[in-house]
Design a protein. Structure first.
Lengths: 374, 543
């Protein structure tokens, strides 16, 4: 590989391979004593893809990542990297670079020495190491910090050094374990876009672990939502937001109002706390089935009494929160509690305040319905 | 790493578990080698003289602890919670007794209050030889250990608790006993237990100043060296082991409780000046320091006197050791060699073993066994370990018997005897490193020993230096562990000191003690200098 033009070379190579399966995780299980951290998890990652494992803490996402890295070998199942079974290989015989939550930069080595740490052996004579380190520091924008020690850098800069170090060996797979969680909010937003554009430029297959859904939505090609050691859903950010596969995903991703209901006798209607609501998703369900329903606040529309569409609910405003771009309005329709997100201008036009009565409509195609397991 | 684990366990097996096992077996054997059952213990329990020694050990130890712990608490309180000047000086001088063999304060007390003592009249007819002398010398000898533990316990206070108490309008006295004392209670337990163990297991002080007052430590020596009764020696050794092990268990419990009460987000307390508190505390610190320096000063002065107390002219004759002991200054150089080798080799072993136990594979029972074994030496009194070594390495069937009577066995014994403190220091240092260093190295296909050499060792250099100096100082000053093990050509300085005192040459013994003290003080100063150099060199990356 020519070092002078690594980006274009990597990008073309990656583009050629794009769409092929790079990593296959097959029925992977992990037990710590009697605690089951992973239940037979299966997924595939395509070459050049950016996949994020998302879930609350303790959902098994880090365990899965460490299994892929070989740091905590799985109890059952298989992991294939480019068709090679790597399940029981030690980390040193695998092909990956990793950035830890703590970065794990070597405090007693300079930035240059940290990045060059893995560049050893006959394949890396000194001039080549020097060029490679200069190139990597250029990529992450730290060329002028090369002689500093990690403790002399800001959190964001340390993060970039860790990234450069992980990429030094040109790994086929980049693993990021909560790489941004130690940074403050503004640096975090900025850096995650940088990581994304770097990843797209280099075309390196990347797996990131995070508990921050905004972060996951912002950078991923696909998101793997996990809960209690199981995969709940795998899909693009839009998929998991608009078409959640389970009540867990519906409540974990984004905001939503949740209520229990039963399927009503007329097709496509549910009955919740005595209130009848149209829901297309309820059509295939049997009359009387218990369901869990979710409605996103931004899908709830408010109307004046005279302009309300058919089927709108009469509700009383019980509270209002000003959040900047929108106002979050708490509503009570009978015994049903709802949240609506309304732009402030629209709210002004409606002229409502706490205690007012308003008509609320829920678009039938937007109500998410999940049959309860019996 | 797995390899290293087996080596570590092999080392601890050969030089700790097997000797102690041999000691245990011998306690149940007849002198002819047959199985005695509990006959030896029955003999022990029915011999009033032996039982009296056990009782004497217990009550002198308890009395010493009762005197030392409150004193050390106030001293540590002054160092950590007040604004008195000269804290670094007090801290440094406080450590002085740790740098000398325990015999030294006993010798100084004899100079002052012994049969020819200058201040004998103050005793009003009482005798310093016996429990009074033992307790007085032990107070001096144990003070730094207690003060160290208590300053650590008192320095980890959470300022927010004090602010909350003050905001609730609690009086100073109430704050003291609702916040300060509970915060330090496990430190107090630890200090009490450590002092108790030090006194029960110390050999030098009762040997020199005990007179006809028998204690467990001198009994082991008498059974083995005097009566050549190894089986009864083993029995007394085991009796000596019991309080030490109990104390050890209690101390582990206390330190676990203490660790649990410390919250990671505590705001450190910064004391504000207050004359009503700082004045008396400063006075007390000065008195304590004056006493410590006075005792050491007496020993130094005594070593320079021609013939105590009749001819008080000064001389260096007492330092001409060839006049008193065939080995002469050779004993000193031998001790330095033993201590230096123990420091270098011991530090390497301790650190590598701690690293393997902490960062190696954690599956299976081996790491747990290793961690336990590494803490056992703290519970084993030096005399017991020394006796166990004699019984194990002197056994005709033991292939390791070639070590017996060599320098190597003295070095190994010192390493094992002082193993635990070094191990805990190393573990603390290693735990402060990011747990992912090895993983990062592995992900870049860098072998673990490279990461160990390039990152772990440089990061832990201050701790490594600490361990080395600790090993050196203790190997220089220990008497109890080596008194059974030296050979005709391998008599260390501390043992020579005991022999000179036994032969009635107290001045020469004091001189030897002063020589040992100067060597250990030099080592400590060298550590400070080296530490400062290291600190400057690593300033950039420790910010």
């Amino acid at each position: 590989m020519t070092l002078a033009l690594p980006d274009t070379a990597a990008v073309t190579a990656a583009a050629a391979r794009r769409g092929e399966t790079y990593l296959t995780v097959d029925e992977l299980g992990k037990q710590f004593g009697t605690f089951v951290a992973l239940h037979r998890v299966s997924l595939t990652v395509q070459t050049g893809e950016f996949v994020t494992f998302l879930g609350p803490s303790g959902c098994g996402k880090t365990t899965l990542l460490r299994g892929i890295a070989g740091l905590d070998p799985p109890t059952t199942g298989r992991i294939l990297q480019q068709g090679r079974d790597i399940t029981h290989l030690p980390p040193s015989e695998r092909d990956f670079g990793i950035v830890f939550q703590s970065y794990a930069l070597f405090p007693n080595l300079t930035v240059t020495a940290n990045v060059a740490y893995g560049l050893r052996g006959a394949a890396w004579p000194k001039p080549r190491v020097r060029d490679r380190v200069a190139e990597l520091l250029g990529i992450v924008g730290l060329a002028d910090q090369r002689d500093k020690y990690p403790a002399q850098l800001s959190g964001g800069q340390q993060q970039r050094v860790a990234l450069a170090r992980a990429l030094a060996n040109e790994p086929g797979l980049l693993l990021l374990d909560e790489p941004l969680s130690a940074l403050d909010a503004i640096v975090r937003q900025h850096l995650r876009q940088e990581i994304r554009s770097l990843q797209q430029r280099l075309g390196v297959t990347t797996i990131m672990v995070t508990h921050d859904q905004e972060e996951a939505m912002g950078v991923s090609d696909r998101i793997v939502v996990m809960s209690r050691g199981r995969i709940e859903q795998i899909g693009t950010p839009a998929d998991i937001y608009d078409r959640p596969a389970s009540p867990f995903v519906a409540s974990f991703i984004g905001h939503s109002t949740h209520f229990d209901a039963v399927v009503d006798s007329s097709v496509g209607m549910v009955l919740a706390h005595g209130v009848r609501i149209a829901a297309q998703a309820a059509r295939p369900l049997l009359y009387g089935a218990r369901v869990k329903c979710f409605v996103r606040p931004e899908h709830v529309r408010l109307h004046r009494g005279d302009g309300a569409p058919a089927g709108a609910l009469t509700a009383r405003v019980t509270g209002m929160e000003f959040l900047g771009p929108v106002c979050r309005v708490s509503l009570e329709a009978g015994r049903l509690h709802l949240l609506a997100a309304v732009p402030p201008a629209e709210l002004a036009a409606l002229d409502i305040g706490p205690g007012s009565v308003v008509e609320a409509s829920l678009p039938a195609e937007r109500v998410m319905v999940f049959a309860e397991d019996v | 790493m797995r390899w290293g684990l087996w080596l570590a366990l092999g080392f601890l097996l050969c030089f700790l578990a097997l000797p102690l096992g041999t000691l245990l077996l011998r306690a149940f054997e007849t002198p002819q080698g047959g199985f005695a059952g509990i006959a030896n213990f029955r003999t022990y329990a029915t011999t009033p003289a032996l039982l009296a020694a056990a009782w004497n050990s217990l009550w002198t130890a308890a009395l010493t602890a009762v005197i030392v712990v409150p004193l050390a608490f106030v001293f540590a309180y002054a160092l950590t919670r007040s604004c008195i000047p000269g804290k670094p000086f007090f801290r440094a001088v406080m450590l002085l007794p740790l740098l000398a063999p325990s015999l030294l304060p006993a010798l100084a007390l004899i100079y002052l209050f012994g049969n020819q003592g200058m201040l004998r009249g103050l005793l009003m007819g009482g005798s310093i030889y016996g429990p009074a002398g033992i307790v007085a010398a032990q107070v001096f000898y144990c003070f730094p250990s207690a003060a160290l533990i208590l300053s650590v316990a008192l320095s980890t206070a959470d300022a927010r608790l004090y602010e909350a108490a003050a905001a609730l309008k609690a009086s100073r006295l109430r704050i003291f006993h609702t916040v300060t004392l509970p915060g330090a209670r496990y430190g107090l337990v630890s200090a009490f237990v450590v002092v108790f163990t030090l006194v029960v297991t110390d050999f030098g002080i009762p040997k020199v100043i005990g007179g006809q007052f028998p204690v467990l430590a001198t009994d082991v020596y008498k059974q083995v060296v005097g009566l050549q009764d190894f089986n009864m020696g083993a029995v007394v050794g085991i009796v000596l082991l019991v309080p030490a092990v109990l104390a050890f268990v209690l101390d582990r419990w206390a330190s676990r409780q203490r660790a649990a009460t410390m919250s990671g987000r505590a705001v450190p307390l910064r004391p504000a000046p207050r004359a009503a508190r700082d004045g008396p505390l400063l006075a007390l610190c000065l008195v304590v320091i004056a006493l410590l320096l006075g005792i050491v000063g007496t020993a130094v002065w005594g070593s320079l006197i021609r013939f105590w107390p009749y001819n008080l002219s000064l001389t260096l004759d007492n330092y001409d050791f060839t006049r008193f002991d065939a080995a002469g200054w050779g004993a000193v150089w031998l001790s330095v060699r033993i201590a230096a080798v123990a420091a270098v080799l011991g530090t390497a072993i301790v650190f590598v073993v701690a690293y393997v136990l902490e960062r190696g594979p954690q599956q299976g029972p081996l790491p747990g066994i290793g961690r336990f074994a590494a803490t056992v030496p703290l519970a084993v009194p030096g005399l017991v370990l020394g006796l166990a070594y004699v019984l194990f390495f002197n056994h005709p069937a033991n292939p390791l018997g070639v070590l017996y009577g060599t320098l190597a066995i003295l070095v190994l014994n010192s390493i094992v005897h002082f193993y635990t403190v070094g191990h805990l220091t190393a573990v603390t240092a290693i735990r402060q490193l990011d747990p992912e260093f090895e993983s990062v190295g592995a992900s870049m296909r860098v072998p673990v020993w490279v990461t160990f050499g390039r990152v772990t060792v440089p990061m832990c250099l201050p701790a490594i230096l600490d361990i080395a100096v600790y090993m050196f100082v203790n190997a220089m000053t220990t008497v109890s562990a080596v008194i059974f093990l030296y050979g005709p050509d391998t008599k260390p300085a501390s043992v020579a000191m005991v022999h000179m005192d036994e032969a009635g040459q107290a001045s020469a013994a004091a001189a030897m003690g002063v020589v040992i003290l100067s060597i250990t003080v030099t080592a400590k100063l060298a550590q400070l200098a080296l530490g400062a150099v290291l600190g400057r060199a690593s300033q950039a990356w420790r910010r």
